[in-house]
Design a protein around this ligand. Structure first.
Ligand SMILES: [Fe+2]
Length: 485
């Protein structure tokens, strides 16, 4: 963690906290087996934990923004009580072009992008595929927050297969947070961008062919991030965080929050047309991530992490990176919406006050009623660190927190069901944890029914996993299918 008293000195010297400490990129790709285990890897925990995140290969010209870095996947495969780790950059078109040039060809989101090369990103920013990773149709799919190509990656080798054109049917980009419905195998997604209709929505079949695609008309260019699904509907967002037209004229990608403009939610039947969309207005807010949504009679219930403006930084920040650092501080709290499809009315209410985000649930319950959510708790100093996990019981409102310990910071922690599980929370939470004292990372395995007991097992890694974004758990049975396929 960068200390308060040295931060402004570092900033004035041009050093970037998002390239230091737990954020510093790693410069090697490794495979590591026979890893040291403290405690044990449960015999009924078999599968792959994989996490995406930015890891710049070359120094960029101008100010580096944490979201700019080339996507790198870090995966740990647990099988029969043993663990192997590997990390690989995602071989995007931009990554290959940088490699051929031997330097970073793109400037990042905080700089003038007008002279950047064109790799198909409508914003003339490098599509890094660095944001989310999901498992669909036998492989990993890496996705980018500004909407890019869905990059397929082999789950066992982490080799990039390439941008998927869905057997010639793809006609748009894909935002970071697509949803895989485990019941049908479908991949539901939205795209958004700088030109009308500003958003579109689609469904890809279990075997990877686009089978539904419709425009979603928004009043202007927006910055949506996530969506939600139920068994019959998808929920999309028109959030009043807009692309600032003035900065766009100067080649920059600045955002503007319109605090008097309502947030709107589009509820569309899974295979609905544009005219089937039902809009629900709510209090103005921004939302990064949804927890889950489900149908409850005539209502759709959707839980989210609702953003609130972070308080002032511990001391005022100076230097050219101050605005980036302020923008990247994250404060959000658990919040519930209920959309009544019969009356067209909407209710909303906070469910907790604490700053938690990056929620996970058992992926096989996505779109159906689920009881538990597992969020990271956020330590907002100057840079964002995940200092613990909170398990929420969404039915009773109860919660339980586990702290990673002093100087230890985690990643998004997916729920990994125990093989033979008999209840929703019968399983484990897995997270990379960076230990600042030793400068290395480990995998921490927690019992989802007893976070307070601390780790069942810790798998010590020979390297550091830089702080990053989203992760997923792929059960061994699905990996086996991928290997055969
Ligand atoms: Fe995200």
């Amino acid at each position: 963690m960068v200390r308060n008293d040295v931060l402004n000195v570092a900033l004035d010297a041009g050093e970037n906290p998002y390239l230091m400490g737990g954020y510093a990129p790693v410069d090697t790709e490794i495979d590591a087996a026979n890893l040291e285990v403290v405690g044990e890897i449960p015999a009924d925990l078999n599968g792959l934990y994989v996490r995406n995140g930015p890891n710049p290969r070359f120094a960029t010209e101008g100010r580096y923004h944490w979201f700019d870095g080339d996507g790198m996947l870090h995966a740990i495969h647990l099988r029969d009580g043993a663990a192997t780790y590997r990390n690989r950059w995602i071989r995007t078109d931009g990554f290959a072009a940088d490699g051929a040039a031997g330097r970073a060809l793109w400037r990042g989101v905080a700089e003038d992008r007008s002279a950047n090369p064109d790799d198909g990103s409508r914003l003339r920013l490098k599509d890094t595929a660095n944001t989310d990773v999901v498992f669909h149709n036998g492989s990993l799919v890496a996705l980018w927050y500004l909407a890019g190509a869905p990059y397929r990656v082999d789950p066992l080798t982490l080799e990039t297969v390439g941008a998927d054109d869905w057997q010639g049917t793809r006609q748009s980009c894909v935002s970071a947070h697509a949803k895989v419905d485990q019941r049908t195998g479908e991949f539901l997604f939205f795209d958004y961008g700088p030109v009308p209709p500003y958003m579109s929505y689609g469904v890809v079949s279990a075997d990877g062919v686009l089978k539904h695609f419709v425009p979603i008309d928004l009043p202007g260019a927006r910055m949506p991030h996530d969506m939600a699904i139920t068994e019959r509907y998808s929920i999309l967002m028109d959030l009043p965080l807009v692309v600032d037209p003035e900065s766009a004229k100067h080649g920059r990608h600045a955002l503007l929050f319109m605090r008097d403009t309502p947030t709107r939610f589009a509820v569309i039947p899974r295979y609905g047309s544009a005219t089937d969309v039902r809009w629900f207005e709510a209090d103005p807010c921004y939302i990064y991530h949804t927890v889950n949504a489900f149908e409850d009679g005539d209502e759709i219930v959707m839980d989210v992490c609702r953003f609130r403006p972070p308080g002032p930084a511990p001391v005022p920040l100076t230097g050219p990176l101050a605005s980036i650092l302020n923008y990247l501080r994250l404060d959000a709290f658990l919040y519930r919406y209920r959309f009544d499809l019969r009356t067209g009315t909407m209710r909303e209410e906070p469910r907790d006050e604490r700053n938690t985000e990056f929620p996970t649930i058992p992926v096989d319950l996505l779109g159906t009623r689920s009881r538990y959510a597992y969020n990271v708790s956020i330590n907002n100093d100057f840079t964002m660190y995940f200092d613990g996990l909170v398990k929420y019981d969404l039915e009773t409102g109860a919660s339980e927190r586990y702290g990673f310990g002093a100087g230890r910071y985690g990643s998004e922690a997916p729920f990994a069901p125990r093989q033979g599980a008999t209840s929703e929370d019968d399983g484990y939470l897995v997270s990379f944890v960076y230990d600042a004292a030793v400068g290395r990372s480990e995998l921490v395995i927690l019992d989802a029914q007893d976070l307070a007991a601390g780790p069942i097992g810790r798998v010590l890694l020979p390297t550091r996993v830089p702080n990053g974004f989203h992760a997923c758990w792929v059960p061994e049975e699905q990996l086996a299918t991928a290997a055969r396929g």
